[in-house]
Design a binder for this molecule. Structure first.
Ligand SMILES: N[C@@H](CCC(=O)N[C@@H](CS)C(=O)NCC(=O)O)C(=O)O
Length: 289
């Protein structure tokens, strides 16, 4: 690949561009194959994978259940995006954008589809009146940070993470540009968390869950092997907040659901249908049995 590129008059699709996920990237929407989604017995059917966007939703489900909302029971099915499962006809019916996470809420007739992780978090938090600020006057602040995450994380994931970890070569220009923006975003959070226990003050809300899944896991060293490069330890307030959320048992369980990658098999629960699955059905246990 040369250092400079002159775009042609009309862009055309080069099927293999050498990037790590090139095989699943397409310039067209819609299904590639016919396949229905499985449906379990609980009111909520989640189709996902434990990437940061997926983890937001499984953490919220586990937090709701831990807080006693028994109607928040859910079945979580694995959507392996590396194998193109997001392009099945069943998945596209739930999310025409072919991205995890996607949710069907079967407590309504007919069932309700919800896609986009922020919309799923809001749907569940409103449904159970939970993990929203206790003071309604703080609701706009919570919404601001929730939508901040939805707008900001693509610079971290699709920008920094892509060029630092997944692109076929290391190019200085995009890595510089997106490292700068990622560090600016971390500084935004660090200054805010210097004055606030959680993103909306004293209450742990869905804004924390959404932001932690990306920026919390980044400073904890779980994304892109970039902790040293980005000097994440210098964002002390983000680190304090990230560690506090990481210590919550529901967050640990949420990280395990639909996880089908990584070395630690005891952290991988490919499908979740029951609370007992965490003790009985992680990949280490399934392999031993
Ligand atoms: N804005 C979306 C982003 C979802 C998203 O990008 N999901 C990725 C995994 S983290 C995905 O499904 N990628 C599959 C693909 O691009 O084909 C959300 O927050 O739900």
């Amino acid at each position: 690949m040369s250092d400079t590129y002159t775009p042609p008059k009309v862009w055309t699709w080069e099927q293999n561009n050498g990037g790590q996920f090139a095989n699943i990237n397409r310039p067209i929407a819609g299904p590639t194959h016919d396949k229905e989604l499985e449906v379990g017995k609980h009111p909520h059917q989640l189709y996902s994978l434990a990437t940061p966007n997926g983890v937001k939703v499984t953490v919220l489900f586990e937090e709701l259940l831990a807080a006693g909302h028994t109607d928040a029971e859910y079945d979580a099915y694995l959507i392996n995006i590396g194998e193109g499962a997001q392009f099945s006809s069943g998945f596209v019916d739930v999310n025409p954008n072919s991205k995890i996470p996607a949710l069907m809420d079967h407590s309504t007739t007919p069932p309700t589809r919800i896609f986009e992780s922020g919309a799923i978090l809001l749907h569940l938090a409103e449904k159970f009146s939970a993990f929203l600020p206790s003071d309604p006057a703080k609701r706009p602040e919570m919404m601001s940070w929730l939508f901040w995450q939805m707008g900001s994380a693509p610079y971290l994931g699709g920008g920094f993470g892509h060029f630092y970890a997944y692109a076929p070569e290391k190019w200085e220009y995009p890595i510089n540009r997106f490292a700068m923006e990622t560090k600016r975003q971390l500084d935004v959070l660090d200054r805010h968390l210097a004055e606030n226990t959680y993103m909306t003050g004293e209450d742990y809300t869905i804004a924390d869950i959404a932001i932690w899944s990306w920026y919390g896991q980044l400073v904890l060293g779980r994304l892109y092997s970039a902790a040293e490069f980005l000097d994440v330890a210098s964002y002390k307030n983000v680190m304090r907040w990230a560690e506090a959320i990481d210590a919550r048992p529901a967050v640990k369980r949420g990280r395990m659901v639909n996880r089908a990658f990584g070395d630690d098999l005891s952290m991988q629960l490919h499908e979740r249908h029951d609370a007992s699955d965490f003790d009985k059905k992680t990949q280490d246990k399934l392999q031993d049995s």
